[in-house]
Design a protein around this ligand. Sequence first.
Ligand SMILES: [Zn+2]
Ligand SMILES: [Zn+2]
Length: 233
Amino acid sequence: MSKIPFLDIFFPKKCVGCGKMGKYVCEECEVGLWEEEQICPVCTRNSRYGLPHKYCHGSYALDGLTCLWAYDGVARKLISRAKYKGRYDLLKFLILNFKFEINVPMFKFNEFLKGKPVVVPVPLHPKRLRERGFNQAETVAKALATRHVLAYDSHSLQRVKDTGHQVGRTRIERLLALEDAFSITPRPPLDPRGGANILLVDDVWTTGATMNECCMTLKKAGVKKVWGLVLAR
Ligand SMILES: [Zn+2]
Ligand SMILES: [Zn+2]
């Protein structure tokens, strides 16, 4: 009897972009997936390796940002399939198996990984978590922790304010809504006194307001370095 992996029976591998059988993303569709231009997490203008510009970097700002995919076409489909159809297996598979080092400029990010940061997902408010049933950022963060053999922590950083839906709000409205939205109760492995650095993970970078607010909360609690990673922007 031939061995067919359990998941393949229920979800046969089919390209999300064009429907071709065999892979979740076929080679032709993968070409347009990668985000080769990285940005400064402060001013969002282009920046090599996702480092903040010298004149942008403040003490509470992200120390770097890595965006894996360009948020259109195939990436948009992948993320909405995970979010609205519960296909986190698909995201997990892609994170564990894609050779993103080849496609994304990751030199500085790889250096950061060598310091063994703790992987922390951007938390959802408990009310949103109940509505949706899962936090997509957790799926991505867990897979990254497995991939790079890093500690994972989803309980120290919490979202204490329900900011509602940010879509349709101006930048200022978004920032105001996010003020004091997060709190931190450090427990191991995320103990700033132990010198742990953080790899902060979310699915999509829209304005960066959420990730920047999380970073500020972490740094105010004593975390020295925070690097952001998102699937797409
Ligand atoms: Zn395809
Ligand atoms: Zn900048």
